[in-house]
Each structure stands twice: as C-alpha cells, then as structure tokens.
Design a protein around this ligand. Sequence first.
Ligand SMILES: Cc1ncc(COP(=O)(O)O)c(C=O)c1O
Length: 404
Amino acid sequence: MKLADTGLTAQDIKDKVNKYMIETYERFDFLAETAKDQYIYDEKGEKYLDFYAGIAVNSAGSCNEKVVEAVVNQAKTLMHTFNYPYTIPQALLAEKVCTTIGMDKIYFQNTGTEANEAMIKMARKYGIEKYGPNRYHIVTAKMGFHGRTFGSMSATGQPGNGCQVGFGPMTYGFSYAPYNDLKAFKDACTENTIAIMVEPVQGEGGVHPATQEFMQGLREFCDENGMLLLLDEVQTGWCRTGKVMSYMNYGIKPDIVSMAKALGGGMPIGAICATEEVSRAFSAGSHGTTFGGHPVSCAAALAEIDELMDRNLADNAAKMGAYFMEKLKTLPHVKEVRGQGLLIGVEFDDTVSSVDVKHECLHRHLLLTAIGDHIIRMVPPLIIDEKDCDEAYEIIKASVEALS
Ligand SMILES: Cc1ncc(COP(=O)(O)O)c(C=O)c1O
C-alpha cells in the first residue's frame, strides 16, 4: 500500500495508530512506506540505511526479488490448507533445511517464541517418557531471551525486566545460571534436569557471544548426563553469525535447535529441528498449529535460503562483521564492541545513552536499536558492503559527538 493511494497524510496514519492500536512499541517517528535491500524509504521517498533489518529478518535484503516472486506465485497457487494434506513447499523446505544444517527432522511453527515453545515441549516430553515424570527441569541462562509466550517467557532468565514483570507467576520448571559460566550451569542441574537451553549469542541480553569452552562444555556435560542441548537460534540462525547456524562456529551440534526471523526472508515462519531420536517425542496429536508451515511462508523460506547460500552471505556476514567491528572500536566513548558476524553490539561508557544515540542516528537516517542504557545493537541485512559500514560508522560517530 502506498500513502498516495489512500488519500491520507503521514500524520493521519500516525494518528490512527495512536488512536486504535494497543501500543507496546516505542515507535520511530517516521513512516516506513517502501523498502528495498538495505534501505527503507518514507512517504517523501527519503532513504534510511536499515541496520536493524526488521530485527535480524531481512537478511537477503528487503523485498528480495526472488522471495517476492515466490510469495506471489505461491499465493496464487495455494494460500492455505492446514496440515492435513501434503503440500509441496513444506516438503521441499523440510528437505532443504534438514540437509543444509545437518539435522534429521523439522517441525514448522510461525514465530520464534512458538518455535521455543515447541522445543521446550519436545524436551519435556522426551524426558518424561524416557526417564519418568520428574525429568522435566530445564536450565537456561540469566539475561537470556527466548520470547514472550509463557513457556519462552519463563525460560527467559531476566526476572526483573519488562518481559516478565506484571505477568506472574511464570511456568514452573526452569532455573537460571550465569551465561558463559560452565560450572554454574553444571551446579544448576539436578537429577530432574532434562535439558540446557541457551542462545549461542545472547542478543537481547546485550550481544554476548558464547565462548568455545562454554558451548563445548555444555555439549559434553549434556552427553555425559543423558540431557539435551537446546539451542535458540531464532536470531543467530541462517548465516547471520558467519556460518549457516551459529553452532557451526563451535563445531558442535544441538539435540534441538529453534529458528525463525531470517528463515522466511520477511514472511513469518518458525521451526525446530531435532535429532531423529528426540523428534519421536512428538507424535500425531501431541502438538499442532493452524498456520505453522504455511505454504506462502515455506515458499518464501525456500527462496530466501537459496539467496543466502548462492550468494555466500554467511561469508559476507563474517567479512563485513570483522571489518565493521574493527571500525566501531574507534568510536568516541566506546567501552566494548562485541558480536559474531553481523550481530553486533557497541557498549558505550556511562556518559552516552544508547536511546539518545538511536534517536540521533534516526535523525541522520540510520536505523538501529538500543539495548539497556548504554548498548546499541545492529543486525543489518547480510548483503551490505564496506561502503555501507563506513556510512553507518560516520553517522554513529557524528551522533555520539553531537551528544558529547
Ligand atoms: C533469541 C530469540 N529467541 C526468541 C525470540 C522471539 O521471537 P519472536 O519475536 O519471533 O517470537 C527472539 C526475538 O527477538 C530472539 O531474539
């Protein structure tokens, strides 16, 4: 939809949102009318360099031509039919995902939090059926983030933050240990623990990559104790971190991995992949979804994965991530630059507010997000080049200088 076709002004649109929508978002004060590749355009045609990419979604670029074509073709052919008949896009996508990331089986959902719900349910059912009714406990990381539905929210080890406050009580059966602290994770496990669940890079928690020792240690500890390693790759999955999946950076494999965001190239889709043995915990009737594995989203995902793989965008993420992070270290007031591939966080000292930096950058037509008081996060499309990184760097630098 274009504004000109509606006979309305940009202000009319903002007024309608403010009047009718239940607002849980702090909106950027501009109207996103169109988008292409690494840019979003407002109703005046003004260009914004998009370094949040729909929060790590538009990895092969916004409105990628091949993804758009796949969506249009599938929408004209078969829009929706529930999960009773076999469908072509599901079959092709299931094979493509499993063979690309080396997992046995896939279960489709719609979003990241739903994928994590399925992952938690599958792990519990596996534990209870294999070991008995008390084997349901899951250890997750403090400052992790797994989503906003009850299982995922309860797995999110940030009891004090906006995600859980006011929604208690949380779902029973989780405990939390400090991220990257292998001993603390081992100590938090009991005879009732069936799984450890972590993000390979904590995104919402401030962009903290797992250490090799931590990831390898968790894998070995789970193997030694008949426990499952559950990885939440909703944000890190599909080439963002320099490998197809972040776990490939560590030379390990999970028992179940969740994914969403970039998988659909802008269409909503989530999924879990599991080993053959663990996947058997789900059988006919034990889980289900009306829209999960939607034909249009599956067709989009097939095209997106082809784009990511054919254009070697994991390699580009690794290359551009290294280049950009080196530059970012030279920003004024920087305390630390952290990241993996093109999932990047910049932590400033106490004198610089991340929300102020975000607004200054918006004013200069760069889009990024703020985490906490002093961290900015960038998850640009994986198609960016050095020129885009240079432009973003200059805008952030000018923004921080304007605030000093
Ligand atoms: C690591 C992680 N898990 C889960 C989620 C939830 O995904 P969704 O918003 O699609 O439910 C997010 C979203 O930011 C995420 O970053």
